[in-house]
Design a protein around this ligand. Structure first.
Ligand code: DX5
Ligand code: ZN
Length: 221
């Protein structure tokens, strides 16, 4: 069985109690904290920046996975690295120079990755596999929590799984958007190993019950 990781998205957490929320979700079994950054430009929503990353950093030991839905990308990367981010991903269409942005993330001491929307072509991957630590596949269009999983993205996840395996590289394959207890196994079967879930976890009273149920679904794959 692959090393599956659950990455709750704090987009659906109670922002008035964010420190407590991240501590609780890690106690409940989260492997990673997924941190959604939206700029009201690349996506039509506005969320949180490096100051909030810095504020939650002392509350948890697990990696903080910063998903940048911003354009331009480069200026903000060192700020997130200083704020304690461990993983930084961005959308290729939001950067003028993808190779440079990936290198910039690694130069700042973080794991680097590209994010693919449901309709973003995969050819962006062709020349940068050696610069990737993670690939994030969107299973909704970015911008909001609580949307429904788009089933045709499973085929795309499977295509990326094949590319990673053929490359022989150690690259995480993360899926983000509409992941619930009842579809996490399908995403894993397609080849994902890291699962972002916002409303499925923070929308529920018992985080551990949801994470445990997700893990038992994964154990059946
Ligand atoms: C969407 C974000 C997701 C989102 C996931 O743009 O990237 O991380 O918060 O939320 P759910 O799990 O509710 O779809
Ligand atoms: Zn996200």
């Amino acid at each position: 069985m692959p090393n599956y990781r659950i990455a709750p998205s704090i987009l659906s957490a109670d922002f008035a109690r964010l420190g407590e929320e991240v501590r609780n979700v890690v106690t409940a079994g989260a492997d990673i904290i997924h941190f959604d950054v939206m700029d009201n430009h690349y996506v039509p929503n506005l969320t949180i920046g490096p100051l909030v990353c810095e504020a939650i950093r002392p509350h948890v030991q697990v990696p903080i996975d910063v998903h940048l839905m911003v354009k331009p990308v480069d200026r903000i990367i060192p700020d997130f690295a200083k704020a304690g981010a461990n993983i930084i991903t961005f959308h290729p269409e939001a950067s003028e120079h993808i190779d440079r942005t990936l290198q910039l993330i690694r130069d700042n001491g973080c794991k680097a990755g590209l994010v693919f929307n449901p309709a973003t072509p995969l050819n962006h991957l062709e020349h940068v596999m050696d610069k990737l630590d993670i690939i994030l596949m969107m299973s909704v269009n970015p911008g909001f929590g609580g949307q429904s999983f788009i089933p045709h993205t499973l085929k795309k996840i499977a295509a990326v799984r094949k590319m990673i395996d053929e490359s022989g590289r150690d690259i995480m394959l993360e899926v983000d958007g509409g992941i619930k207890i009842d579809n996490i196994a399908a995403a894993a079967a397609a080849g994902a190993d890291t699962f972002v879930a916002g409303s499925a976890i923070f929308g529920k009273p018992d985080y551990k019950a949801v994470i445990d149920a997700m893990r038992s679904e994964l154990a059946k794959v």
